[in-house]
Design a protein around this ligand. Structure first.
Ligand SMILES: [Cu+2]
Length: 486
């Protein structure tokens, strides 16, 4: 088993570790290199700046006389909460908290005075010596997004003086500088800065991997956590399947079976949910601990461009940090075309440098960056290509976690639009059977987790921008260029 803290370079491509029936997936070769993932920066405790082991600190202990007595409390984690969520401690007592993790993923408990447990595996427990309690004290789980999901714990110092700093009414999580919380980036990069960074980055390969004759496909999806450069002097944590965000694009036909081995080389619990299959989620979509793996087999019964994503709570955080991808299952008798591309829109909510997404920004739903295939403006720097007269099919998926997509190509009209199981326009004819004459569409509208494809035939050479026509989102990076030559 590879030690996740000692990365050894690019991860195996999907299919490389599977049996011979797998697709060679040569088109994925470039995928490994595209996101500048520095695997050396595995973030075991990404949101916690202070060490939490070692000598306990006191909580305004100078304000009270130590009693020499120790209060011992057990706290149980279920779901995304601590029970009890409030602990009364006589002021001056030493406090020891034993945390029993009855949840389905790793958690910890840290306090505002810098003490805390290491991460605790499901079914395990840990004890933290909080020190002498002289004032009220906030505690929380420091895993990304967990505090905002409700994993908070309040220590109440009974008998503490009312003038104590930490005991002032209203002086709690909202007013504190929130040590251990993920601070937002102080400066959101400009369009120019994002575009400049995209020039120096290797683009995610947008070409749809070719279809082959196999009906059984085997892939290994290895989860790792790393860092991606975003702009000058700013990077973000990315959590990935096989080292890139998006993860690998899979391609098959209706009736194909996919055998996925999910391996968790991250520092926290992760999972995967393939929308392309129908099955009871309980077992295959379960969260697995670091070092564990699971088998997930599904048969693609229906055509579409289907999202896959990590479904470990909070899902908004795991998706915003990069854990998503697409499975393209072609409709029967889909016409061949000259070019096929895949564009996956996602949002980024920047935390502090090299940190995961800021959970407060994620909850507010206003992204700092919106990207096609994981990096803002990358196809402005490295355009997609076609020739005059080519029929170009663009598969589009919106993985969110929140925003919608009004997909438009400047200068083009779509003579074919297929979304969520149906054509609305097919080769210039309306699919409703009522509209007569030639028609078409200007956008493919998608809510989070919806997908489809459009086709266009550029008649002149030039630079056709493709955008999210919700223009504020295009200006945050959901923008690229199709370069058409004669
Ligand atoms: Cu995850």
């Amino acid at each position: 088993m590879t030690d996740p803290t000692r990365p050894s370079g690019p991860r195996p491509l999907p299919g490389q570790e599977g049996p011979p029936v797998q697709r060679a997936a040569l088109a994925l070769v470039g995928v490994v290199a595209v996101v500048a993932v520095s695997l050396a920066a595995v973030l075991a405790r990404p949101a916690l700046a202070q060490p939490t082991t070692g000598a306990p600190a006191s909580t305004s202990a100078s304000a009270v006389v130590a009693t020499g007595h120790t209060t011992k409390v057990s706290v149980t984690i279920t779901g995304m909460s601590f029970s009890p969520s409030s602990i009364d401690v006589p002021a001056g007592d030493d406090l020891q908290v034993t945390v029993l993790n009855h949840g389905d993923q790793r958690h910890d408990l840290v306090f505002a005075n810098g003490t805390g447990t290491d991460t605790i595996a499901p079914g395990a427990q840990a004890t933290v010596d909080v020190g002498v309690v002289g004032a009220d004290l906030d505690g929380w789980c420091s895993l990304p997004g967990h505090r905002q999901m409700g994993m908070t714990l309040q220590v109440v110092a009974v008998g503490a003086t009312a003038t104590s700093h930490d005991a002032m009414p209203g002086h709690g999580a909202m007013a504190d500088p929130m040590p251990g919380a993920t601070a937002g980036a102080t400066t959101v990069p400009t369009m120019a800065d994002l575009a400049r960074t995209a020039v120096g980055a290797t683009p995610y390969p947008a070409a749809l991997p070719p279809l082959d004759a196999a009906t059984e496909h085997s892939y290994t999806f290895t989860v790792t956590e790393g860092v991606q450069d975003v702009a000058t002097g700013l990077s973000r944590a990315v959590w990935t399947y096989n080292g890139t965000s998006p993860g690998p694009i899979l391609h098959g036909r209706v009736g194909d079976t996919f055998h996925i081995t999910l391996v968790n080389h991250g520092s926290m619990g992760h999972s995967i949910d393939f929308h392309a299959g129908e099955l009871a989620p309980d077992v295959p979509m379960r969260t697995i601990d670091p070092g564990q793996q699971l088998d997930y087999t599904f048969t693609a019964g229906r055509s579409g461009i289907w999202m896959y994503h990590c479904s470990t709570m909070p899902m908004s955080q795991h998706i915003a940090n990069g854990m998503f991808g697409a499975v393209v299952i072609e409709p029967a008798d889909l016409e061949t075309v000259d070019q096929q591309y895949v564009l996956i829109q996602s949002e980024q909510y920047l935390g502090a440098d090299a940190q995961p997404a800021d959970p407060v920004k994620v909850a507010a739903g206003i992204p700092d960056i919106v990207a096609f295939n994981g990096r803002a403006f990358q196809y402005d720097a490295h355009p997609l290509t076609a020739h005059v007269g080519d029929r170009v099919r663009i598969w589009v998926l919106d993985v969110g976690p929140n925003a919608s997509l009004s997909f438009h190509v400047v200068g083009a009209q779509f003579d074919t639009v297929w979304t969520e199981g149906a054509y609305s326009v097919h080769r210039g004819a309306a699919a409703d059977g009522l509209s007569s004459g030639s028609t078409g569409a200007q956008v493919l509208p998608l809510l989070a987790a919806q997908g489809g494809f459009v086709e266009l035939v550029p008649t002149e050479a030039g630079h056709y921008a493709f955008v999210n026509h919700q223009m504020s989102l295009a200006e945050k990076g959901a923008h690229g260029v199709l370069e058409v030559t004669g």
